[in-house]
Design a protein around this ligand. Sequence first.
Ligand SMILES: [Zn+2]
Length: 293
Amino acid sequence: MLTFKRRYLFTGCLMLKTGLHIGGGEIGLGASGSLVVRTPDGKPYIPGSSFKGAFRSTVESLAPLVGLRSCGLMAGQGCPGAQGSEQDAFNRRRRAENWRDRDIIRHLQGGISIDGQTIRLCDTCWLFGSPFTASRIFFSDLYLGGDEEGIVQVRDGVAIDRDSERAVEGLLYDYEVVAPTQVFQMEVWLEDPTDTDVGLICLGLSEFLSEFGGLGGHRSRGLGRCQITDLEIYELDLTVDDLEERAKRLRKYLLGRTPADKMTRIEDPQDFINRQIEALFYKEADHAEKGSQ
Ligand SMILES: [Zn+2]
């Protein structure tokens, strides 16, 4: 039996608009320098965890604009997903009352009251994962589309003191970047999402589709701007009530060998994204109405 009921696959290209620096080590460029991360055969790539982190912070900054909750992994937002006093308080209560797994989920959903504050897992922690819940979204490592020369460049900058953010006199800092216009192959899976999860993903995709995506280090120097192109979305939804339709989808899924064979390709990805984002606004209006009653 399949353990999931609804699944999405997002594929496309991630194109670098500016140089990209994802640090992969400090050796080889002198005392003060940083290499880009590479595969064992020496080609630069983007670890899925790096892309996930960048995508998560993009979604976290947008979620509150449509009335959803996001702690941004910072303490003080009433979410036990972030390290800090709320997580500590949640764990103390969990141990004291000897919660089982299902109790933990119930309390993450419904919230618990501690010192007059409600502590409840935020919408972005549900989607991207927390110390109590698995992530519903999975980012594959992104590899280069082609085999080109001159992919990596060395730039020299002035070393910046991390605390004062001022230049350190006389200290040069060499760092490698992956050259602009390079294209990486993207693959993102979403497993058993709620409608809110799908909406949140679409908020993030929308930013990356419109060149507002950011990734990697030295972003204050203009690095790491990137854009998603050639986006394709595939859907499998077994939550339909129509049993005949459900059987048809399941059969297609089990007999198919490629995502396109197994799942339903969304004809117009841009329209799909816009509809999911619109739905978040309706949800917000719904919340506001309920709140005022
Ligand atoms: Zn959170």
